[in-house]
Design a protein around this ligand. Structure first.
Ligand code: SD4
Length: 307
């Protein structure tokens, strides 16, 4: 049990991101502002490949996905966005300044530029450029479980089949008790051009219902989409499950669908209910998540797992 305010986010990079969110929450700010400010830390970080430092698609271009949702079912989402440093902020602008929920690709970039976001150079980070060169040797595509926690160094598999998918998802409850969430990613490294994962999809990568709770996902996006993952977790909490039990039930659903292939992928959820209880669960070992509240500002936890 944790008292509000509280913020929870995925992977080791969640620690630094939570501190960004905590600056807002500890001053009585809105959960919505906190989840934007929090993941912006990760988007801007040189040590992590969320954002423009991330790995490109197979054509060598970095494309970014993000979304955000507040306590009143307002939501915004951006996908396949190029050359913009803070996709989560573009998602928020879409939510607040357009009649739409989601903009993609060229139109999303045009909107961002019109809103004053700078167009950054189209250029891979040194790490991403190296990983891409390695990947091109075989152009093979194979998920690597828990790649997110491997740090800046991108392991390249024995066959050159590196596949990095790096994401941060964040959920917060503010002092008023309101919930919000955000999610931002460069998606799977070396994905097909145009591929979208779960992260920009409301209901898959993120869902918030202030009357119940909030959930977010990370891992193999295709398999999160298949079960409308984050929405499923929230609905399970509505039925009375604890955050951890709800995350576990959603992971079990993925495992049932995937059968023997479940061992090749990672799928993870974090959840927070409107009582301030939080939890997480993963398909496989190795999913870490960070929690920050008044008692403990630097807590990194290891999620329980199924396989
Ligand atoms: C995706 N779910 O694009 C994202 C990847 C991810 O940690 O979560 N990586 O499928």
């Amino acid at each position: 049990l944790a008292s509000k305010p509280l913020v929870i986010s995925t992977w080791n990079d969640g620690l630094a991101a939570n501190l960004g969110a905590w600056k807002v929450l500890s001053q009585g700010g809105r959960a919505l502002d906190a989840v934007e400010a929090g993941v912006m830390v990760t988007e801007a970080s040189q040590n992590c490949c969320v954002g423009l430092g991330g790995n490109p698609d197979r054509d060598g271009i970095v494309t970014l996905d993000a979304c955000i949702m507040d306590e009143q079912f307002n939501c915004g989402s951006v996908a396949a966005l190029e050359r913009i440093k803070h996709p989560v902020s573009v998602a928020r602008r879409i939510m607040e300044r357009t009649p739409h929920v989601m903009l993609v690709g060229e139109g999303a970039q045009q909107f961002a530029v019109a809103q004053g976001f700078a167009l950054e150079p189209q250029q891979l980070s040194p790490d991403a450029a190296k990983a891409y060169r390695e990947w091109l040797k075989t152009s093979q595509y194979q998920p690597i479980v828990n790649i997110e926690n491997s740090g800046n160094k991108k392991p390249v598999g024995p066959v050159g089949g590196a596949n990095n998918h790096d994401t941060i998802a964040m959920l917060a409850q503010d002092a008023q008790g309101n919930l919000s969430g955000s999610c931002t990613t460069s998606g799977m490294g070396f994905k097909m051009r145009g591929r979208l994962g779960d992260s920009p999809l409301i209901g898959a990568g993120l869902f918030v219902d202030n009357a119940v709770g909030a959930a977010a996902a990370t891992g193999q996006g295709e398999d999160v989409i298949r079960i409308a993952g984050s929405h499923t977790v929230v609905e399970l909490m509505r039925q009375g499950l604890s955050p951890t039990a709800a995350c576990k039930a959603a992971v079990e659903r993925v495992a049932r669908i995937k059968g023997a292939k479940a061992r090749d992928i990672q799928v993870c959820f974090i959840a927070l209910n409107n009582q301030g209880q939080y939890g997480a669960f993963a398909l496989q070992k190795g999913f870490s998540y960070a929690v920050c509240n008044a008692q403990n500002q630097q807590q990194l936890l290891q999620a329980d797992y199924l396989l």
